[in-house]
Design a protein around this ligand. Structure first.
Ligand code: UTP
Length: 291
């Protein structure tokens, strides 16, 4: 299982004007753009082929993962070895692919665009705007892949316990049992607090069997005219497929960069953890608190 799909085609309207002419997935959190953390997380667990589901205005993502020979040459000529080391991520032995989602019909539709890439193999989906854990030091996807194989699943989803105020923002699990690993009896997209079967929210990582494509084909557009991935997963469960959830650990907070509140929090946390600048930033923030 060495293929992953990263959907990055969305407009990122909640982050306007920052995202007017640059993808939200390229906004920096600390020193790196968001999508670089996601690629590094995937490569660390052995993913070798990555497909970006992209769209107009997203070419900077492709440029970021391509080699910039002119920049490399200039840094080499100037003897800037430590800066060259910052570019090592673009030399990893992964293969990148790009395809356009030609109409923005939602996350389910974005995943459908990966059908020929996935072919007949299980694959990972990692949302392009969510980092798992400080500096993306998480192996949640590896645990999900193991669960997928051991339990004979059609889908495995990462979940995070969220507060009551947040359940209406995410897909919410109806688990059959408690614990880190659990089977789902249902999943509900953005429920009200009253409708929510738990506080376990989908956390931006999935492992799918290719059966998800047939389920997406049969999924009618839902909320906002979009093809919801959650609705297709629900269909898989209804038809008897095993869908399991894996809970994120305590050091695996999901940083969803979709809105300014969580973007600012993620940036601050990563900057405070920076080896070189973290300490002085902490001191600076303390002076602001006094003022
Ligand atoms: P979001 O729904 O959070 O992204 O999708 P968005 O549509 O860009 O956000 P707003 O509401 O306009 O602010 C989560 C991830 O899925 C991708 C997005 O790029 C993001 O990384 N996505 C979403 C697609 O690739 N295609 C879609 O049709 C929708």
């Amino acid at each position: 299982m060495n293929k992953a799909v990263i959907p990055v085609a969305g407009l990122g309207t909640r982050l306007l004007p920052a995202t007017k002419s640059q993808p939200k997935e390229m906004l920096p959190v600390g020193r790196k753009p968001i999508v670089q953390y996601i690629v590094e997380e995937l490569i660390r667990i052995g993913i070798e082929e990555i497909l970006f589901i992209t769209g107009p205005g997203k070419t900077s993502i492709e440029n970021h993962f391509g080699v910039n020979y002119e920049l490399v040459q200039t840094l080499r000529e100037k003897g800037k070895e430590e800066l060259l080391a910052e570019l090592e991520f673009d030399r990893v032995p992964a293969q990148y692919y790009y395809t356009h989602q030609r109409q923005l019909l939602g996350l389910g539709h974005a995943v459908l665009c990966s059908r020929s890439f996935a072919d007949d193999e299980p694959f990972v989906v990692a949302l392009g705007d969510s980092i798992i854990g400080l500096n993306a030091q998480s192996d949640i996807v590896r645990r999900m892949q193991r669960c997928f194989v051991e339990k004979g699943c059609v889908a495995v989803i990462a979940f995070e316990q969220v507060s009551n105020e947040k359940v209406h923002q995410y897909g919410i699990a109806q688990p059959k049992s408690n614990g880190e690993f659990f089977e789902l009896s249902d999943i509900v997209e953005k429920p009200t607090l009253q409708e929510a079967p738990s506080n376990l929210a989908v956390a931006a990582r999935y492992v799918f069997s290719p059966k998800i494509f047939a389920a997406l084909d049969r999924t009618e557009p839902g909320k906002g005219g979009e093809i919801q991935l959650t609705d297709a997963i629900r269909l898989l469960i209804k038809e008897g497929g095993k869908v399991w959830g894996v809970q994120l650990g305590v050091n695996e907070r999901r940083h969803d960069i979709g809105n300014f509140g969580s973007y600012f929090r993620a940036f601050t946390e990563f900057a405070l953890a920076d080896e070189k600048y973290g300490e002085s930033l902490r001191e600076y923030i303390a002076t602001l608190n006094k003022g």
